[in-house]
Design a protein around this ligand. Structure first.
Ligand code: PAF
Length: 279
């Protein structure tokens, strides 16, 4: 079975040995409740690095809603079994006090790219992500970090963080893994009732249709309105945003010569879903 490390000291002892042997280390940061999306990141890391660490840490600082934190799915034993199938070399699963010991007082905040969309809907979320990701890079001494494109804005925030702070980590953004009906894999999907799960594919179908229509010359506003209507008609109780943005800065963009991304968040059956697609 894969070793599960709980302390930074134990992790450091392990990775210092790997570093001394000149091995390249990949880290796959997760909050557990692993699914095929996470495993695809771990497999990619396995193919590109000598050593792979998966971190499992439900980071309290990135939850702006205490109820969401309490209800976040936790399944460490099942996660360890899945990771053994990749396989990875180590699992780092610290307690919150190990990551944020008493007196911890640093906050990493990436301005600009972290402010709109998820940043606006979930105040403080990206500070929590940037802080913990900085710490995980420092703890693991990783050379490469693997992140899913499903959290597109998070990926841009992490890229900016690494550039701005000259961190010696290469960020690898990996394709979103989807269920056969198009729903992006997410640890929160397990909270969908069977009924809501049946309606959920409308989310990706609606933003895919909007992206296609915009590429074909339809106005952004019209395409987005139609996508929101399709989602409401399918029973989504709230469409928080559907936005066409510059893929990197996440500023509003009508410049079709640059890569653009449509990003969306919506509530279905009491569960908040996010997704995005290139335009
Ligand atoms: O994407 C996630 O699961 C989390 O935001 C991350 C990157 C592990 C940081 O806690």
């Amino acid at each position: 079975m894969t070793p599960i490390l709980r302390t930074v000291a134990d992790l450091r002892t392990l990775v210092r040995g790997w570093k001394a042997a000149g091995e390249m280390i990949g880290v796959v940061p997760t909050m557990g409740a692993l699914h095929d999306g996470h495993l695809s990141l771990a497999r990619r890391a396995r193919g590109e690095c000598d050593r792979v660490i998966t971190t499992i840490f439900v980071n309290p600082r990135q939850f702006n809603n205490p109820e969401d934190l309490k209800r976040y799915p936790r399944s460490e034993a099942a996660d360890a079994t899945l990771l053994a199938s990749v396989p990875v070399d180590a699992i780092f699963a610290p307690e919150p006090e190990e990551v944020y010991p008493e007196g911890f007082s640093t906050n990493v905040s990436v301005s600009g790219v972290s402010e709109p969309l998820e940043g606006k809907m979930r105040p403080g979320h990206f500070d929590g992500v940037a802080t913990v990701v900085s710490k995980l890079f420092g703890m693991t001494l990783a050379d490469r970090g693997y992140f899913g494109q499903k959290d597109w804005q998070q990926l841009q925030v992490v890229q900016k963080l690494v550039r701005d702070l000259n961190l010696a980590v290469t960020i690898v953004g990996c394709e979103t893994i989807r269920e056969p009906d198009g729903l992006a894999m997410s640890s929160r999907n397990v909270r969908l009732s069977a009924e809501a799960r049946g309606r959920a594919p409308v989310f990706f179908a609606a933003i895919s249709a909007a992206a296609r229509d915009i590429r074909a010359g339809q106005s952004d506003r019209m395409a987005i309105r139609e996508a929101a209507e399709a989602m409401r008609a399918a029973g989504f109780e709230r469409v928080e945003y559907i936005e066409l943005r510059d893929a990197e800065s996440l500023l509003p963009s009508d410049d079709s010569s640059r890569p653009r991304r449509m990003l969306a968040a919506a509530w279905l059956g009491g569960v908040r879903l996010i997704d995005n697609i290139p335009v």
